[in-house]
Unconditional design. Structure first.
Length: 100
């Protein structure tokens, strides 16, 4: 959200600090399907803070342009997701190989 707010401001648009996410989730509480999906829709306000972008953007570019993969950070959600995905794949491949 904040990057979009920043981009629009950089292009001369007047942008509110508050943006909205529209969240749709299938309604699992219905008694039957009847060949149609019904959704529960929520509009979630979000107050963006773009103050961090000017400082971080050059670092992001440097990282993307580098030939060196950055070290994993223990507090990085994406790093931990990838680590767990690799562990799960290795476990799955081993079970498949062992016929389990």
């Amino acid at each position: 959200m904040e990057v979009y707010q920043w981009l629009f401001r950089q292009n001369g648009f007047k942008v509110s600090n508050v943006g909205y996410f529209v969240y749709c989730n299938g309604d699992t509480g219905l008694p039957q399907f009847d060949k149609k999906l019904e959704f529960i829709i929520k509009v979630i306000p979000y107050e963006g803070d773009t103050s961090w972008i000017d400082e971080i953007l050059p670092k992001i570019k440097d990282c993307l342009m580098s030939n060196v993969i950055p070290e994993m950070a223990e507090d990085c959600d994406y790093c931990n997701y990838r680590k767990n995905a690799v562990i799960a794949k290795i476990k799955h491949d081993k079970q498949f190989k062992d016929g389990k």
